[in-house]
Ligand binder design. Structure first.
Ligand code: AMP
Ligand code: MG
Length: 423
């Protein structure tokens, strides 16, 4: 059961992970909670934008022809009687007639009879009488009803990403809620008897559980919701009970550890005979041992990822296999990752027959090309170098030796946005 002949290729495992995964059914959420989510419905504006003719300035609503008739601007002012005051939110009660003006603030509805606004800067006077020193053409400083968008126009279509700016439009169009593909609820579970929560003291042989924190943060960064994060040891009965409980509460389960060839590989022990999860070797480094499948909650099939325990393996496996699945559940478009080409700044070796996902840092080279500086620690336990990395080099299976200057493809390890705080 060791033969490399049985190894599955990376793209095959990616396809297996994606199989049967669809955007989560639409849920109606308050518009303020929708940033980073994808709309599952078409929304049209409930109102014209602007909703009514209104003033673009603080000033006086007037009849433009009245000012011209009275000779404003030719070295002399025209005095008008101020017959009212309109602030944003007021409804007009009086009409502007020749010889009169209504004091008006930005956003207040234009009163009947008026066809222009004189900015306060071009006037003196006050609440009862105002002197206008400049003429204005008809229509000046008026925002016209519907000039931005007509009522009934589409503001969101299914598949649209709700950016902060689009959320502004949805709200302006009068919608307090949007039907969206909701954030997948994800359980992130560490296994291993050696693990202790960061912050506590370590006994000999113990280490801090970093995977559940890294994976929960990665879930949040993609836009998922970490509904559970915990470290559950490696007692098979406890692990079995925890998984049975979690499957009823979440959309995806991610475990780390316990999927390789050790004698305490609890995830493998518990799920080997499930019939719905398979344990395979993927032709990649890091991340060779993988558990993948579904856990059943009645009829509901909950995607399950049994990631390897080495922190770098868990992180890389998340990027390559889990992240695309969460993105599809969110209704986000492919490609799931942004790839770039970069020139190696140093030579490196890579194992034959496996894709190596090597950690590197991007930097500008003296020739103004993008360089990739491979990090020193390529073993799957080098968490410090993992934290420094912002590129994941994809070294193909048939490449074993690379020199400085060779061009490689790399996944850009971006900071996704649109996440929420894990609970
Ligand atoms: P495993 O896959 O369970 O055999 O674990 C492989 C290696 O990763 C071992 O050195 C574990 O101690 C380590 N490891 C497993 N889980 C975690 C975790 N949650 N945080 C940090 N290291 C871990
Ligand atoms: Mg373990």
């Amino acid at each position: 059961m060791s033969g490399d002949a049985e190894m599955r290729e990376v793209h095959e495992h990616m396809a297996a992970a994606m199989e049967g995964v669809a955007p989560l059914p639409g849920e109606r959420l308050p518009v303020a909670e929708c940033v980073g989510l994808v709309a599952a419905e078409r929304l049209v504006s409930r109102v014209d934008l602007p909703g009514f003719d209104n003033s673009a300035m603080d000033g006086y609503a007037v009849q433009a022809a009245d000012l011209v008739r009275a000779g404003a601007g030719r070295g002399r002012g025209v005095r008008l009687q101020v017959i009212g005051h309109l602030a944003a939110g007021d409804a007009p009660t009086e009409a502007v007639r020749p010889g009169t003006a209504i004091q008006i603030m930005t956003g207040a509805p234009l009163p009947p009879g008026a066809d222009a606004v004189v900015p306060v800067e071009d006037t003196y006077g006050g609440a009862k009488l105002v002197t206008i020193t400049k003429t204005v053409p008809a229509g000046r400083h008026i925002r016209r009803q519907g000039e931005d968008l007509a009522a009934g126009s589409v503001v969101v279509s299914p598949g649209d990403l709700l950016t902060a700016r689009r959320i502004g439009l949805v709200a302006a169009a009068g919608h307090g809620e949007v039907l969206v593909h909701p954030r997948p609820r994800v359980a992130v579970v560490s296994t291993g008897a050696e693990l202790v929560a960061p912050g506590a003291d370590l006994a000999p042989g113990q280490i801090y559980d970093s995977n559940s924190h890294l994976l929960a943060a990665a879930v949040t960064a993609v836009g998922g919701l970490t509904a559970y994060r915990g470290s559950i040891g490696d007692d098979p009965e406890l692990v079995r009970a925890e998984l049975a409980r979690l499957v009823t509460q979440v959309d995806v389960i991610i475990t780390s550890g316990g999927v390789s060839m050790g004698v305490h590989d609890v995830i493998k022990d518990v799920l080997r005979d499930s019939g719905t999860v398979e344990f395979v070797q993927v032709a990649m480094q890091p991340g060779k041992p993988q558990g993948l499948g579904v856990l059943l909650d009645g009829e509901r099939r909950v995607p399950f990822f049994g990631l390897p325990g080495n922190p770098v393996s868990a992180a890389v496996s998340f990027t390559i296999f889990v992240r695309p699945v969460l993105r599809r559940m969110l209704g986000l478009e492919q490609p799931e990752t942004t790839t770039v080409s970069a020139e190696l700044t140093a030579g490196m070796r890579s194992p034959a027959g496996k894709v190596q996902f090597a950690r590197a840092r991007a930097r500008m080279l003296p020739n103004d090309r993008l360089g990739a500086e491979p990090l020193a620690g390529q073993g799957s336990h080098f968490v410090a170098d993992l934290a420094e990395a912002n590129l994941l080099l994809i070294i193909p299976p048939d490449t074993t030796e690379l020199s400085a200057g060779d061009v490689v493809h790399a996944i850009l390890l971006e900071d996704d946005d649109g996440g929420v705080t894990a609970r």
